[in-house]
Design a binder for this molecule. Structure first.
Ligand code: HEM
Length: 346
């Protein structure tokens, strides 16, 4: 596919690298929280007035989070500039004689959102420090972090799908067609709601107070029951939808690895959730539960992005076949052809 779309190889690597670093940033943020290092640096943006590492455990963790956030911000900015340039390659597109392909417009919108969200997240991080980790700021910071991770994952997925087209079956039968992506999109919404409810459990200070399944021990107060039952019910709905979306992708032969990863991560996350609840939320399990939540989120968003903007047929010969179709449809403009093909189902 790279042969057909010059210049996207580096851009795709930057986008995928940025998404991977954003995942690590979210997990590191959780480690900062569970090790109670959130106030490891009581000032912002410098730590005790230092730019370099301060020789204390909590400060080192908090500073690493800030440094990694800076690298992610640069990665997002570079990706956004690259995507804007990708759209400006064709003179006729630039002159407005031909409309930009729909998937390119989606990609551009997503990268612009990633720039806005990373700015919001930096400000929220500062507010969290100034507010001494007030629960509400920690909760908003968590949801914004997952949203940003979702957007950069979608950008990386769309860029990776360039030139790989939806065909409707693993054997490449039939032309690209609309299939409806409701279940994947609902799964993503339900997962984000579950994450927000998980943050609610933590921020209400009741994480260790519901040590039974499926509901909390009898006699639990409303303050304990509400966040836990909300979180568990949403998790059940989210997992059902995520598994439904993955099953659909498998049955239609769009790809194998991603749906299998989604299903496995969903199962592991349910187990980790049950363990963290029963064992009274020990720090290590909290971190694992968050890391699995972020991995499940990344794979579910990637599945939804593929369904919306580019499904990958299982066989490479099908991509080539579709690429030539897309090229014809866009008068041979390579980026337009590839992007048009990647999202013509969306
Ligand atoms: C799709 C499935 C699930 C997702 C995406 C998810 C996600 C999350 C998230 C993001 C948090 C907040 C972590 C933090 O702020 O650091 C959380 C907390 C929590 N979740 Fe889940 N969860 C899921 C399923 C479950 C299940 C099934 C249970 C129990 C039966 C559970 C129990 C808990 C508990 C006890 C906490 C508070 C302790 C902690 O921070 O780990 N979760 N969850």
């Amino acid at each position: 596919m790279d042969r057909k779309v010059p210049g996207t190889t580096i851009l795709r690597s930057v986008a995928v690298g940025t998404a991977a670093l954003t995942y690590l940033l979210v997990v590191l943020g959780s480690t900062v929280r569970v090790t109670k290092s959130g106030m490891g640096c009581p000032s912002w943006p410098l730590c005790y007035g230092h730019l370099g590492y301060v020789d204390r455990f909590h400060a080192i963790l908090e500073q690493s989070h800030r440094y990694l956030a800076s690298v992610v911000t640069i990665g997002i900015a570079v990706t956004a500039v690259g995507v804007e340039r990708l759209g400006g390659r064709s003179r006729s597109h630039r002159a407005g004689r031909r409309p930009q392909p729909k998937p390119y417009l989606a990609l551009r919108k997503l990268t612009r959102w990633s720039v806005v969200l990373v700015g919001v997240q930096v400000v929220l991080g500062a507010i969290t420090v100034f507010a001494h980790n007030a629960p509400v700021t920690v909760g908003v910071h968590l949801v914004a972090a997952f949203t940003l991770l979702g957007v950069v994952t979608a950008v990386a997925t769309v860029l990776t799908s360039i030139g790989r087209a939806p065909t409707g079956s693993s054997r490449g039968e039939g032309l690209p067609r609309r299939t409806g992506h409701k279940i994947e999109n609902w799964a993503v919404s339900a997962l984000l709601a579950t994450v927000a409810a998980g943050g609610f459990v933590v921020d209400s200070g009741v994480a260790a107070k519901c040590r039974s399944l499926p509901t909390c021990p009898s006699g639990s107060t409303v303050a304990v029951l509400t966040p836990h039952l909300l979180h568990r019910s949403l998790a059940a709905v989210a997992v059902a939808l995520v598994v439904g979306g993955a099953t659909k992708a498998l049955l239609r032969g769009w790809s194998k690895l991603l749906p299998v990863a989604v299903m496995s991560l969903a199962g592991l996350q349910l187990l980790a959730g049950a363990e963290v609840a029963i064992l009274g939320a020990p720090a290590v399990l909290q971190d694992l539960h968050l890391a699995l939540a972020a991995a499940l989120w990344v794979s579910a968003v990637a599945l939804a992005a593929q369904a919306n903007w580019g499904q990958l047929p299982a066989e490479r010969s099908d991509w080539t076949r579709h690429e030539s179709l897309s090229c014809d449809a866009t008068n041979g403009h390579p980026a337009g052809a590839a992007l048009g093909g990647a999202a013509s189902d969306g």
